[in-house]
Design a protein around this ligand. Sequence first.
Ligand code: ACO
Ligand code: OAA
Length: 376
Amino acid sequence: MTDTTSRDGLKDTIACQTRISSIIDEQLSYAGYNISELMDNGASFEEVIYLLWNLHLPTQIELNHFVTELRNHYEISDAVEQCILIQSRRHLHPMSVLRSTVSLLGVYNVHAEDTSLEARYDQSIQLMAKMPTIIATFARLRKGLTPIAPRKDLSFAANFLYMLNGAEPDPIAVEALDKALVLHADHELNASTFAARVCASTLSDIYSCVTTAIGTLKGPLHGGANERVFEMLCEIRDTNAQVEDYLQEKLNSAEKITGFGHRVYKHQDPREKYLRDMAQKLTEGTDDEIFFTLSRRIEDYMKNTKGLIPNVDFYSATVYHSLGIDSDIFTLVFAMSRVSGWIAHIQEQQKHNKLIRPRSQYTGPQNLEYLPIGRR
Ligand SMILES: CC(=O)SCCNC(=O)CCNC(=O)[C@H](O)C(C)(C)COP(=O)(O)OP(=O)(O)OC[C@H]1O[C@@H](n2cnc3c(N)ncnc32)[C@H](O)[C@@H]1OP(=O)(O)O
Ligand SMILES: O=C([O-])CC(=O)C(=O)O
């Protein structure tokens, strides 16, 4: 047996082979396309989903067909909407609502247990297409607002903003969200994707795998960090704290500063510069500019004192806020993008499957004597 326990948290351990995405020399690529190549040439989120699922970019005909398929599945059933309504009245974190509702999609899909290739593709399209509708429906219902039906004439990003706000989306906001979705779509073997692959390796169904992944993304050390970043920005703004004093106090008490540090990137997260630029453009001259200004100061301090870099969750918080998204919905928007990567990984895992079942090193006592209950 190879002992990897010295490498805490499976750090630097290769746990699977993939053709979906890679991080090589701190450069992120999707199926061989560097993220900057996709971003700088304006690849749409729909093209990126297609790329992750097919490992090649679509032709115009393929993209048109794919986009139509997605749009045909934007709607959720009345039964699912009812379940969201019930959950919106309870004090649940929105990620818990998303997790349970995705699970419910499986309950209401009569073909959920069908593992044929066609059924799996249909399940994938349905899951992908319905995530924004679930999120926007929940976000409105919990405020006592009527859900807005999706519009098939709108892109994935535009339709989400439309369903969320009930107004024709601003093209600048649509472009920003589309880019943020592209940047979050996949990321090699991050914790939620690994969790999805472990579940997939038991040959479980796609709803179970995605539910597993959502539960894993929710944690504050992973996707849940973006919400905490915004809480920190608000706390600094509202208490008029000096950024440097605020951070140093936390660091002195060995607290982690959310939005900083990364298991793989040590010099720069290649997605961060795009999100930083977006945050700057979206907030310039608005009341939200303070969040960008504070973020820059936090970034400088963390780099200079700890050598820590902002991760994808740091500037995305300001981007999402300036798009009118509530902070406890940020991680759901992350999930709405990452589900494209999860699905690609689930399919890849099951295509070349081997049960993922590592070993643990037992560190407790052995050969203990069983004492009858009265003698313990
Ligand atoms: C989409 C994503 O999942 S991106 C990550 C989102 N998560 C966060 O932003 C939460 C804050 N960050 C962290 O907790 C960590 O950086 C993680 C979990 C992301 C990565 O953790 P690891 O790879 O285990 O890094 P590790 O903990 O070994 O860090 C190395 C050193 O940097 C320190 N460090 C790492 N991140 C931070 C941070 N955010 N604030 C303060 N110190 C930090 C650690 O304390 C450690 O210091 P030490 O060597 O003196 O003990
Ligand atoms: O890869 C990771 O560990 C976390 C991350 O940045 C992501 O999931 O996008």
